[in-house]
Design a protein around this ligand. Sequence first.
Ligand code: HEC
Length: 148
Amino acid sequence: MKPLSSLLLLTLLVGSLFSCENNVEEDTTIALDPVSETPVDSEVPTPQETPNEPQPDTPPTDTPDPNPAPQPVVISFSEDVKPIFDSRCFECHRGNRFPDVRTHASIATNAAIIKSVIVSRRMPLGGSLPNEQIELIRDWIDNGALNN
Ligand code: HEC
């Protein structure tokens, strides 16, 4: 046990020594920059030229952004779809009238006709769903009506 702990101490010491050396080198290089700038008070135009260079570089950095934008949208039955059936269909389709919307199994079995009456705005009776919810349920059914 003792030789192991002494080995650990050695590695820690050596590691801290190396990290200290790196820090010293970084500090010296940083310290040199302001010193070199201060004596050169007469050369003011040089810092003005540098901001002009990065400006043409900014447009190419914007171009790769639209590439990762398209991402597969995963619609959750339990979190996204079920709450809509519970609040807008359940009162009239809780087992007393076809189709039963209480379970995923019954909704998935009748997915085709449910999608049809929602997209055509026949249901829910008394006021159709907002476009966002119609598209959400339509996409969820088109993706296989998963129980996710
Ligand atoms: C206010 C009551 C009410 C609500 C809310 C309601 N329905 Fe209905 N639904 C009915 C009645 C009544 C019928 C049978 C008469 C008819 O087809 O219009 C029916 C029939 C259906 C049918 C069968 C259509 C056919 O051609 O056989 C489907 C499918 C359906 N509803 C789905 C839904 C869905 C999905 C929702 C929620 C988005 C919903 N309903 C909300 C009352 C309702």
